[in-house]
Design a protein around this ligand. Structure first.
Ligand SMILES: Nc1ncnc2c1ncn2[C@@H]1O[C@H](COP(=O)(O)OP(=O)(O)OP(=O)(O)O)[C@@H](O)[C@H]1O
Ligand SMILES: [Mg+2]
Ligand SMILES: [Zn+2]
Length: 454
C-alpha cells in the first residue's frame, strides 16, 4: 500500500521541500511553495533478464508498424512535427492566452478525423462553447469525439473504450487532475501526474496525445520545466497582438528537426496556412528608401526573407539611444562598434533605432550583414542597391563569416525576384562563386570583409 506524504512543492521549478519556507532554496523564487500530497513510490519487482529485455530484431516489427505518421494535410503543421504525427508520441503545445491554440487543434482534429479516430477533451470550455467554435470554423460535421472533463482517470477509462483511437487532444493540461492527489489542478504535482497518465496511455496504446500548456507572464510554460522533458515534442504557438499571423515553432522534437516554423494567419473562419511567408513579410517593403535591407533568413529548413529597418536621428542625449525591436540590443551595439572601428563609419551623437518589419524576432547571427547594410544605408542616407539581399555573420575583426543553408537562401531570394545577393562564400563549399551564380539565377557578390560592402 502506497504511503501518503506531505511535501511543499515549488510551483516554479518543481523542487520538493520537506517544510514550508518563504523562498525556494533551489530557484530562489518567493512565495511559490504549495503544500501537496504525494504517494510514496512502491519498490520495483525483481524481474528475470529475459522478461525484461527484448531482442532488437523483434522490436523492429512493432516499430515499423508504428512509424507510419499521421498526416493531417495541414502542411504548416505537419512540417513542424517533422512530417506528421508519430503514433505513440506526446506533444506539448504552449502559447499565450487567446493566441489560438484551441482553434489550431480543433482544426487539426477535424482534418484528421476524415481518416483517423480522434478525440478532443476540454477542461476549459463547455461542450456548447466547443460547438460554437466548431460552427465558426466550419468543422461542425467532422466525426470527432468531444468531451468536457477534468478528471484524468475518467478520461483515460473512456478512451480505452474507443477502438483504434489515433489522436487525443487535452485542452489544457493545467486544468486536469488525478484523483489520487489532493492538490488543486494546475499545481506542479497535478500537472506532472496528469501528464504522466496521458503519456503512459499513449506509449501503451500507440495513440498520439497533444497536450495544451499555458504560458506564464515570463513566456515559459506554466508548471515546471519537467513537463518539457517528459514529452517527445514541444511546440510554441506565438504571434503579436497587432498582427494576424501566427507562428508555430518547434522547440524540441524527438522525431524531427527543431527550429522549424509553420506560419498561419488568423481569420474569422479560423487559421489559414501561409504558404509563402516571405511575400507576406515583404508586402510593404519600399526599395528606394534609405535604411532598409532585406535579410535572407532560414527558420529550421525553410527560407524566410525579412526586412530590416534602421533609422538614425540626431541625439540630444549624453549617451545616445540604441533601440532594437526584434533583434538583440547587444548585437546591435557590437555591429555599430565594428562599423566605427573597422570601416570608419561613426554613429556618435546619433540615436539609432532598428526594427524587424512585421513584428518578428530574429535569433540568427546571419542577420548581422543585413543589419549592417541597413545601418550603413541609414547613416549615409542612401538606399541599398535595388533588389539586394544580405546574409552573413560579422566578426569583431570586421570579417564576414559564412553561414549555413546558403543555397536555400539564394533560391528563395531568386524566387521572390531579387537580383543581387551579398554574403560570404563558405570556405568548405566545393562550389565556386561562378557555380553559385549559375545555379541560383542571381547576381552573387561574395564578401570577405564588411569594408568591401561600404
Ligand atoms: N467570433 C470570432 N471571430 C473571429 N475571430 C475570433 C472569434 N472568436 C475568437 N476569435 C479569435 O480566436 C482567438 C482565440 O482563439 P483560441 O480560443 O483558440 O485561443 P486559445 O489559445 O485556445 O486561448 P486560451 O488560452 O484562452 O484557451 C481570439 O484571440 C480571436 O483572435
Ligand atoms: Mg483554448
Ligand atoms: Zn523553485
Amino acid at each position: 500500500m502506497a504511503k501518503l506524504n506531505h511535501v511543499f512543492v515549488c510551483q516554479d521549478c518543481g523542487t520538493s521541500h520537506s517544510k514550508w519556507s518563504g523562498r525556494c532554496d533551489e530557484c530562489g523564487s518567493w512565495n511559490r511553495l504549495v503544500e501537496e500530497t504525494v504517494r510514496a513510490k512502491s519498490v520495483g519487482k525483481k524481474l528475470q533478464a529475459d522478461t525484461f529485455f527484448s531482442q532488437l530484431s523483434t522490436i523492429d516489427e512493432t516499430l515499423s508498424r508504428q512509424q507510419t505518421r499521421l498526416v493531417s494535410g495541414i502542411d504548416e503543421f505537419d512540417r513542424v512535427c517533422g512530417g506528421g504525427l508519430v503514433p505513440g508520441s506526446v506533444i506539448l503545445v504552449g502559447g499565450d492566452p487567446g493566441i489560438g491554440k484551441s482553434t489550431l487543434l480543433l482544426q487539426l482534429v477535424a482534418a484528421l478525423s476524415a481518416t483517423a479516430n480522434c478525440a478532443y477533451v476540454s477542461g476549459e470550455e463547455a461542450l456548447s462553447q466547443l460547438r460554437l467554435r466548431a460552427d465558426r470554423l466550419q468543422v461542425n460535421k467532422a466525426a470527432v469525439h468531444m468531451a468536457a472533463s477534468t478528471h484524468v482517470g475518467e478520461i483515460i477509462n473512456a478512451l480505452e473504450q474507443l477502438p483504434n483511437l489515433a489522436l487525443i487532444i487535452v485542452d489544457s493540461i493545467q486544468t486536469m487532475a488525478v484523483e489520487s492527489l489532493e492538490s488543486a489542478a494546475g499545481t506542479v504535482s497535478q500537472v506532472r501526474a496528469s501528464a504522466q497518465e496521458f503519456i503512459t496511455s499513449a506509449k501503451k496504446r500507440g495513440h498520439v496525445v497533444i497536450l495544451v500548456g499555458h504560458v506564464t507572464k515570463e513566456g515559459v510554460l506554466a508548471g515546471p520545466r519537467v513537463l518539457e522533458h517528459m514529452v517527445d515534442t514541444v511546440l510554441y504557438f506565438e504571434g503579436e497582438r497587432n498582427y494576424d499571423y501566427r507562428i508555430l515553432r518547434s522547440i524540441k522534437n524527438r522525431f524531427g528537426a527543431t527550429d522549424e516554423i509553420g506560419v498561419f494567419s488568423m481569420e474569422n473562419q479560423g487559421l489559414t496556412e501561409v504558404k509563402n511567408p516571405s511575400a507576406l513579410f515583404l508586402a510593404n517593403h519600399h526599395q528606394d528608401v534609405s535604411g532598409t535591407a532585406i535579410f535572407a533568413g532560414v527558420e529550421g529548413t525553410r527560407p524566410l526573407l525579412l526586412e530590416i529597418q534602421a533609422l538614425v536621428a540626431p541625439s540630444y542625449l549624453a549617451s545616445p539611444r540604441r533601440t532594437a525591436v526584434g533583434w538583440d540590443n547587444n548585437r546591435l551595439a557590437m555591429i555599430l562598434a565594428v562599423l566605427e572601428s573597422r570601416c570608419g563609419i561613426s554613429s556618435a551623437n546619433r540615436d539609432i533605432y532598428l526594427n524587424v518589419a512585421g513584428g518578428l524576432k530574429i535569433n540568427e547571427p546571419a542577420a548581422d550583414l543585413a543589419v549592417a547594410a541597413a545601418l550603413i544605408s541609414a547613416l549615409k542616407n542612401r538606399p541599398v542597391p535595388t533588389g539586394s539581399v544580405y546574409f552573413g555573420e560579422i566578426g569583431l575583426a570586421g570579417e564576414v563569416r559564412s553561414v549555413n543553408h546558403t543555397e536555400i537562401r539564394l533560391k528563395e531570394a531568386a524566387k521572390l525576384g531579387f537580383s543581387n545577393a551579398y554574403f560570404a562564400v563558405p570556405r568548405t563549399s566545393k562550389k565556386t562563386n561562378q557555380t553559385f551564380m549559375e545555379d541560383s539565377a542571381i547576381q552573387v557578390n561574395p564578401l570577405r570583409y564588411i569594408l568591401e560592402m561600404v
